[in-house]
Design a protein around this ligand. Structure first.
Ligand code: ADP
Ligand code: MG
Length: 317
């Protein structure tokens, strides 16, 4: 089926690139990205104009651990730098692999991965109540308290596995590199943007932009980018087949097609976990409520049918 130049924004989950249980070596991550890009090249061949965003949870956590372990030798860098670094490593790997798969199909397209900044409000209430756990677990409370004393870090107890650093996850307000994304996309390029939710950035009183330590949710920043670009479809690809109600219970039911009011009702009923499916559901609702025609959540393995509208959870107005 030809997609006739319709535009799709794909959001790839960080866990789909480095699945839980894999060691997450560069080779393994490259292999997962390579497999996904074969399917993305098929979408381009079918006539879709593709834009890509991606998560970076496991990758940014690994970078922070390196910072910590090496702190006596190399000064640690802030979290916004770590986000920028993961955009570059994941982005160039997408470019290498996708260009190869496009060339194998005789398709000539530029693939461009942009280091991209997303504006947040320094007065966002999320900065007073950091909730997003990142990086590795620490078991000893004394060590956690030492870090809190010596740095501005905040840590929270996460149950059996111990303590984890928590950072603010502020609302994405605007994609600051939107102009570059549009320019490249209009030239026919496949653009990778807002990776890892985008580099969290605030505007100072004098107009200057500055990175800030936070993590923006990639599903929400994808919804923002999808609205800003007015894409036809926003598709969130993850490691489950879609959205379930009663997830993990005997009455588990997978949703195939639902309107945004129905999905909002399940959300109000507390069906979606805040750190995982919650932001995806919020993201697809926002996209459709702000005028997007269709959004979907589904498995990376089912990418072609999720984009076509025949698999995953399909959400319309
Ligand atoms: P990603 O890295 O793609 O963002 P997440 O782990 O954040 O992936 O979110 C996907 C996970 O959400 C699934 O693996 C599943 O365990 C979990 N989940 C929580 N609630 C639900 C639900 N109601 N329906 C489907 N999956 C759910
Ligand atoms: Mg997630």
């Amino acid at each position: 089926m030809s997609a006739d130049g319709r535009r799709v924004l794909l959001a790839l989950g960080g866990n789909a690139i480095a699945p839980a249980g894999s060691a997450g070596t560069a080779g393994e991550q490259t292999a997962h990205i390579d497999a996904a890009m074969g399917s993305v090249a098929d979408l381009v061949a079918a006539g879709w104009q593709v834009l890509i965003t991606h998560g970076n949870g496991p990758q940014v956590g690994n970078l922070m651990t390196k910072n910590e372990v090496a702190r006596a030798l190399v000064p640690p860098v802030p979290l916004d730098w770590c986000v920028a670094q993961t955009q570059a490593t994941i982005g160039h790997t997408i470019a290498n692999t996708l260009e190869h798969h496009l060339a194998a199909r005789d398709l000539r397209r530029l693939v461009v991965a942009l280091p991209s900044r997303v504006l947040v409000d320094p007065g966002d209430p999320a900065f007073d109540e950091p909730t997003k756990p990142i990086g590795r677990y620490i078991e000893e409370e004394a060590e956690v308290r030492r870090r809190e004393r010596e740095t501005k870090q905040r840590w929270a107890h996460q149950g059996d596995r111990g303590w984890r650093r928590v950072v603010a996850s502020p609302e994405p307000r605007a994609s600051l590199d939107l102009g570059a994304v549009e320019l490249l996309h209009r030239q026919g390029a496949v653009v990778v943007a807002n990776g890892g939710g985008g580099i969290p950035t605030v505007r100072e009183a004098d107009g200057r932009l500055r990175g800030i330590e936070a993590v923006i949710d990639k599903d929400l920043s994808g919804a923002l980018l999808g609205c800003e670009l007015d894409v036809d479809v926003y598709v969130i690809l993850t490691d489950v087949r879609g959205v379930a109600v009663g997830f993990g219970t005997p009455s588990e039911t997978w949703l195939s097609e639902i309107d945004v009011a129905g999905l909002r009702a399940h959300q109000a009923d507390g069906q979606f976990a805040s750190g995982s499916m919650g932001p995806k559901v919020e993201a697809v609702c926002r996209f459709v409520e702000q005028g997007g025609r269709r959004a979907a959540i589904g498995a990376l393995d089912d990418i072609a049918s999720v984009v076509d509208g025949t698999a995953g959870t399909q959400v319309t107005a």
